[in-house]
Design a protein around this ligand. Structure first.
Ligand code: ASP
Length: 555
């Protein structure tokens, strides 16, 4: 046997036992003739000690060890003189009787400690060394635990895990496809799935009723902090369900995950917010509700006072920043520059300071009396000592800018505590979004999402204004400002699916060529169905995301 125990296993109760351990040398140090070695494996670290009066060959072997050498040692478990309460094995050490060097190591390019001196690039180049570090190991352990819990939970609810192919015909989800050339058919390509969307729907047609898969998805998108070209999602589909059934099932799954993996209780039931409220009050379809600082529309209050900037736009909105009336001119100038950065895209920033003494000072004093500004402050629920920040322009664009500003200031003011979890559902998404650039509609979620039954008249209308009003039973699971999942009730009727492609400007021939297989399947008794997929690093359904729009032209 290479080892009798792991490096994370031995406790005071093992004192007196003869053991064999194997692992990597984390560090070794000499103290008054004794050599102390920290031996590490996936399970933990155990301290080894080679006494000063040990055999010379043993002392020599101990002193020759370098960082990351792989060794096997035998020895006796002893109670430590000076215990380390921070380590699970901190009450014992191994008095080494023999050392067997299994493999040497060159000096690693960075320290393999929780806090390392290695930068991103070097750690990526030597990922196998980086993965020896506890923070990365913990991340993989967490992921494993989540996968395990998901399988248990979904199995207990009657879901079947089914694999679907990777080399396929395109499944549009709003991004570009990665393609793989076919050797057998020169000039032709497979696409890698952006998700198993059409497959899981075909499984419903086939009668599988409750499907899930922990599956890799591929989306050829520009890199961003919250996006990766390939990512894993928990993909599910259910038959004979309404939106409520899907939400209940996955709320249960999320609650179980939070409880069993993080020991965190999340609200029961989870809050729900319509997409319209999320946009109006948070300027985002993935609102961070750990803090308030909501958006308020003040258009009617500020127009008609001779201030051309406000008078010439359809929307003026404000947020009240608590306790920020003290901010200096310099800070406000810097903030104005910040909102003008292309990432935010505002043209300027108007501020109103509500002094603790009841005074009102603003960058638009010329046009508004203190009473006018107090009325605006009241509409925003702002109090003395607060700072009002106002942006204006086209409605959704300005709300999005205010949303970005809100998140930035929430972060600066310490309102976004990473230890607080505030999940919620966003529901009632519009089915479609209009793109001015390409003069056509795009599916807000994906082209397989059904309109709400009560909006069918609007869906079959030819007027743009009507189509813009169609809502879907589509939903996103949002946590702390991140979209962690999304899904919808699907179209299960061939004629309605054809109409959807027509609305999206996809001609009959093209629709038949690209999606004929699914339209056809719907002719063979497709059950009503819906589902959801959950992951981090997926394409968020952000309406205002320019990159999504342009990449979606590929659909
Ligand atoms: N296929 C969708 C996605 O990957 C999720 C779903 O609608 O079930 O975003």
């Amino acid at each position: 046997m290479y080892r009798t125990h792991t490096c994370g296993e031995l406790r005071i109760g093992n004192a007196g036992q003869k053991v064999t351990l194997a692992g990597w040398v984390q560090r070794s140090r000499r103290l008054g003739g004794m050599t102390f070695i920290d031996l590490r494996d996936r399970y933990g670290i155990t301290q080894l000690v080679v006494e000063a009066d040990a055999e010379p060959a043993l002392v020599e072997a101990a002193t020759s060890l370098g960082r990351e050498y792989v060794i096997q040692v035998t020895g006796e478990v002893l109670e430590r003189q000076s215990k380390n309460p921070k380590m699970p094995t901190g009450e014992i050490e191994i008095k080494v009787a023999s050392i067997n060097i299994l493999n040497k190591s060159v000096t690693p390019p960075f320290t393999i400690e929780d806090e390392t001196d290695g930068g991103e690039d070097i750690r990526a180049k030597y990922r196998y060394l980086d993965l020896r570090r506890a923070p990365l190991r913990r991340a993989l352990e967490l992921r494993h635990r989540v996968a395990h819990e998901v399988r248990n939970y979904l199995d207990s609810k009657g879901f079947m895990e089914i694999e679907t192919p990777y080399l396929i015909k395109s499944t549009p989800e709003g991004a570009r496809d990665f393609v793989v050339p076919s050797r057998m058919n020169p000039g032709q390509f497979y696409a890698l799935p952006q998700s198993p969307q059409t497959f899981k729907q075909l499984l419903m047609v086939a009668g599988y009723d409750r499907y899930f898969q922990i599956v890799r998805c591929f989306r050829d998108e520009d890199l961003r902090a919250d996006r990766q070209p390939e990512f894993t999602q928990i993909d599910c589909e259910m038959s004979f369900v309404e939106q409520e059934d899907v939400l209940q099932t996955f709320e249960g799954m999320m609650r179980t995950l939070f409880k069993n993996v993080l020991n965190v209780e999340v609200p029961d039931p989870l809050p729900r917010m319509s997409w319209y409220d999320a946009m109006d009050f948070y300027g985002s379809d993935k609102p961070d509700i750990r803090f308030d600082m909501k958006l308020h529309e003040v258009t009617a209050l500020v127009q008609g006072h001779g201030f051309g900037v406000f008078d010439s736009v359809p929307y003026v909105g404000a947020i009240a920043v608590p306790g920020a009336a003290e901010w200096s001119r310099k800070e406000l100038d810097a903030l104005t520059e910040w909102v003008k950065r292309p990432q935010v895209g505002a043209k300027g920033l108007v501020y109103v300071k509500l002094g603790g003494d009841g005074s009102v000072k603003s960058s638009v004093d010329k046009f508004y009396s203190p009473e006018d500004l107090k009325a605006v402050a009241d509409a925003c629920g702002a109090a003395a000592g607060d700072l009002l920040l106002i942006l204006c322009g086209e409605k959704r664009k300005t709300q999005t800018q205010l949303g970005v500003l809100r998140l930035e200031l929430g972060g600066r003011l310490g309102f976004r505590d990473p230890k607080v979890f505030a999940p919620l559902w966003i529901v009632d998404f519009p089915l479609l979004e209009w793109d001015d650039e390409t003069q056509r509609f795009y599916a807000m979620h994906h082209p397989f999402t059904a309109p709400k039954p009560e909006h069918l008249d609007l869906f079959y209308s030819d007027r743009k204004e009507d189509l813009e009003k169609v809502c879907a039973n589509a939903y996103d699971f949002v946590l702390n400002g991140n979209e962690l999942g999304g899904g919808s009730i699907r179209i299960h009727d061939a004629a309605m699916q054809k109409r959807m492609f027509e609305v999206l400007g996809i001609g009959e021939e093209e629709a038949d060529y690209k999606f004929g297989f699914i339209i056809n399947a719907f002719k063979f008794g497709a059950p009503p169905h819906g589902g959801l997929a959950s992951s981090a690093g997926r394409t968020p359904s952000v309406t205002t995301s320019h990159s999504r729009r342009t990449t979606r032209a590929a659909t």
